[in-house]
Design a protein around this ligand. Structure first.
Ligand code: NAD
Length: 499
């Protein structure tokens, strides 16, 4: 049994028990792969206390030395890349090449964080007062809570954890109840790195297994200095309100409704594979999945015909079979959400191609679907909603600025792209009147970001930025320091205050 081998290789047996209340099913065939315990809600306060005690020690370890732990963790990932990729595929259903890619992204993140551990720079600032010096300094923040989704069960955690660790924070991770084994495997690999490192306090990271109530406890606790929550906009809305009520800090990475504009000068040899990867890759279950395609009227018919031909020939099935490009949906709820959206789209004037369930006889407890293309006369309510499935709405446009306005006219603001060879269009799209998304690309698709750039989106996507660039600042507190080395006490703005 492949799942028993994977569980054993990643040393997950101690977490499993035949009577554990939480059953984990693989979306590949619906089979139960393990049962595990949930964290009692009554234990969460003491977990947070332990994380805080660990923080008091970890914050004093110099950042480059903290980086050494992340370097060792990266080595563990390199050694176990194949096993972890298999577990990600088993638990989330993404094809194996994408499982491997997810672990590679974690390794890249480790490398990035190790370098950054020597570059947590602050500014020096000119003071208006003589013999004064001003500077900003960055300090560890505290306990960071992380809530993560099923579709990137390891990488989303790594984006946060690698940065939080080098920034001197300690961690409590609540993974999705659909993919907790991947989280426990990551914890084991981190523990192996910690065992080879001399300076880590106990409880540097703890895992909390549970659903929305457990996540809610993290959101409510004033000792969670940063809550990083990745998932649906509905989830973000609930946790953000709780965090805001206690004036806490949240970092939100929520739903997307990503678009591509294919302009008259587009190179279709680039656009076509970009559409395919971003619309059907990960079975349409990426936050950056392409969901809305605006095609110029001059290219509409040939491009839609080519797309339908490619969709018809897509290899769909077991994600361990390396010839397949589309695996299963995560579960039955997700399948029904897709079918409901297709029905609504038809009622709103859409013409549906694909979308049916397949492989039902061979896998009655799994949900494989043929990805759908829905030609829409306009951008109706269903198009403005994120349905987390391989469902691509296609619309025709005439005027370039109208296409941009439609692209921006949704509540979400994660990722967007334009295919064009017209430099004026490209620059306009990237400028202040162009795309309003956190990610805007030219001549490549909306999904599959590199870790070097800050990742995140605007509006109902939550506004957070994770991963590269200066995202580390979210995991630290900033202090402005002014030092007076004169023998007088001049006040700012020239104020005199003689008493
Ligand atoms: P989800 O919102 O159902 O669950 C995400 C996490 O939130 C899980 O750990 C879940 O247990 C927890 N949760 C749910 N409700 C909660 C509540 N009320 N309080 C506290 N915790 C709660 O999302 P999902 O189905 O696992 O993932 C898919 C969604 O995630 C999509 O909307 C996708 O766009 C989004 N996503 C966004 C990004 C991003 O970076 N913007 C990345 C990946 C996924």
């Amino acid at each position: 049994m492949i799942h028993q081998q994977i569980i054993s290789k990643l040393k997950l047996e101690p977490y499993t028990s035949p009577t554990g209340p939480l059953a984990i099913h693989s979306p590949i065939d619906g089979q139960e792969i393990a049962r595990i315990a949930e964290t009692p809600l009554t234990d969460i306060d003491s977990m947070i206390d332990r994380a805080h005690a660990a923080f008091l020690a970890w914050r004093l370890v110099p950042p480059p030395k903290r980086g050494e732990l992340v370097r060792l963790f990266g080595e563990e990932l390199r050694t176990h890349q194949e096993d972890l990729a298999h577990l990600i595929t088993l638990e989330s259903g993404k094809i194996l090449v994408e499982g491997r890619g997810e672990v590679q992204e974690m390794i890249d993140m480790c490398d990035f964080a190790v370098g950054l551990s020597r570059q947590l720079y602050g500014l020096t600032i000119s003071s208006e007062r003589p013999y004064h010096r001003m500077m900003e300094t960055w300090h560890p923040l505290g306990v960071v809570g992380m809530i993560t989704p099923f579709n990137f069960p390891a990488a989303v955690w790594a984006w946060n954890a690698c940065l939080a660790l080098i920034c001197g924070d300690t961690l409590i991770w609540k993974p999705s109840t659909k993919t907790p084994l991947t989280a426990l495997a990551c914890q084991n690999l981190l523990n192996q790195a910690i065992a080879r490192y001399e300076a880590a306090p106990e409880n540097l990271q703890q895992i909390m297994i549970g659903g929305h109530q457990a996540g809610g406890k993290l959101a409510e606790s004033p000792h969670i200095r940063l809550l990083s929550a990745t998932g649906s906009t509905a989830m973000g809305r609930q946790v953000a309100l709780k965090v805001a009520a206690r004036f806490g800090r949240s970092l939100l990475e929520l739903g997307g409704n990503n678009a591509m504009i294919v302009a008259p000068t587009a190179d279709l040899d680039l656009a076509l594979p970009a559409i395919l990867f971003s619309a059907v890759g990960t079975a349409g279950q990426r936050c950056t999945t392409l969901r809305r395609l605006f095609i110029h009227k001059s290219l509409y018919n040939p491009l839609v015909q080519s797309l339908k031909k490619r969709y018809h020939a897509l290899p769909i099935g077991n994600p361990f079979d390396e010839k397949n490009r589309v695996g299963p949906l995560i579960d039955e709820t997700s399948y029904h959400a897709m079918q409901n959206a297709l029905r609504q789209a038809q009622q709103e004037g859409g013409t549906v191609f694909g979308g049916a369930r397949i492989l039902e006889d061979a896998c009655p407890n799994a949900y494989y679907v043929r990805p759908a293309i829905v030609e829409m006369p306009q951008q109706t309510p269903v198009v403005c909603t994120e349905t987390f499935a391989p469902l691509l709405y296609v619309m025709k446009y005439t005027d370039f600025t109208d296409a941009i306005a439609l692209q921006n006219d949704v509540a979400q603001g994660l990722s967007s792209c334009l295919f064009t060879n017209d430099i004026r269009e490209a620059e306009y799209f990237l400028g202040p009147a162009g795309s309003d998304c956190g990610i805007a690309n030219v001549n490549l698709g909306p999904s599959g970001a590199e870790i070097g750039g800050a990742f995140g989106g605007e509006k109902e996507t939550g506004g957070g930025r994770e991963s590269g660039c200066d995202a580390w600042k979210s995991y630290m507190r900033r202090a402005t320091n002014t030092i007076n080395y004169s023998d007088t006490l001049p006040l700012a703005q020239g104020i005199t205050f003689d008493v």
